[in-house]
Ligand binder design. Structure first.
Ligand SMILES: [Zn+2]
Ligand SMILES: [Zn+2]
Length: 293
């Protein structure tokens, strides 16, 4: 048997699911903290396949397995996103790999569903300082998108965000800014320019412009982020309009953005107008106690 984490020969078996093997205590503990504690039961259910007799039973069984794998994938994406935005890249890696495996099993090895796990792996690698590995994962994500001939703006935005993060880590600010601008453009195409899901893109764009000392644009981008969030919490909803409900990973991202902008305003402290309007946001927001979902 191979270790879930490093693929080395493994003898330690998880007693919960009796499916996951590990080479050492350390890898079992890491996997548990990363994602396995959340999916152990589901993984165990996958392993306990009952024998089937009729075609109909077989069809039902296949569908159940598919749904279980889909839940493992979604849970892994949640865990990975949380670890990345909490700056725990080492814990994000196993979750992202689990998401990738499940996405490939459910949707096929060249499906666009693999792009998100690839980007999570890239993001974790950037945070770990493994920039060449990050580039490898981003390229795989990009090839998957090209192969699928997908025109999906949200996926394109994510890919550009990933490249932007890598180039910023390499301190190549001009190219990083270009990728961030593409991220914002595709996000705006996908969700509309005033959508909260665009705000991380705006923030990353502002960060690279800050490095290029374009303070005026940075200031206006920060104000834009604050305005979008105020509209989201306090704005009028037009009749017949259904407000977008953020998915769980989107909520984690949103809280991350709000923490980032709050930190920026307290550290710079020179943008009084935007700073005071930000102060009007619910005080618990940055700690996750108040979130509209
Ligand atoms: Zn191992
Ligand atoms: Zn287990």
């Amino acid at each position: 048997m191979a270790c879930e984490l490093c693929q080395k020969p493994a003898l330690l078996l998880c007693t919960g699911c009796r499916c996951a093997y590990y080479c050492c205590d350390d890898h079992q503990k890491t996997a548990w903290a990363s994602v396995h504690s959340k999916v152990c039961r589901l993984v165990g259910a996958l392993g306990s396949a009952r024998a089937f007799c009729t075609l109909e039973e077989r069809r039902q069984r296949d569908e159940t397995v598919r749904q279980q794998k889909l839940r493992i994938m979604q849970t892994s994406i949640m865990c990975g996103t949380r670890h990345i935005f909490s700056d725990r890249p080492g814990l994000a890696m196993p979750a992202a790999k689990q998401a990738l495996t499940m996405a490939a099993e459910v949707f096929g090895a060249s499906s666009v569903e693999l792009i998100r796990p690839f980007l999570m792996l890239a993001s974790a690698c950037v945070l770990l300082g493994e920039l060449n590995s990050a580039e490898g994962y981003l390229s795989q994500g990009e090839w998957t998108l090209i192969y699928a001939k997908s025109e999906d703006h949200a996926l394109r935005a994510w890919l550009f965000r990933g490249w932007g993060q890598l180039l910023a880590a390499r301190r190549e600010w001009v190219q990083a800014k270009w990728c961030c601008a593409e991220d914002v453009h595709h996000c705006a195409e996908a969700f509309g320019p005033q959508d909260v899901r665009c705000t991380l893109g705006y923030f990353r764009l502002a960060e690279s412009l800050l490095q290029m000392e374009k303070f005026d644009i940075v200031s206006s981008l920060f104000r834009q982020i604050v305005t979008i969030w105020q509209q989201y919490f306090y704005g009028e909803v037009e009749e017949g309009e259904v407000p977008h409900r953020l998915s769980d990973p989107e909520v984690i991202e949103a809280l991350h953005v709000l923490t980032l902008i709050r930190k920026s305003f307290t550290s710079t402290g020179d943008d009084a107008a935007a700073g005071s309007s930000l102060a009007a946001l619910p005080p618990g927001m940055a700690h996750g106690s108040v979130v509209k979902v």
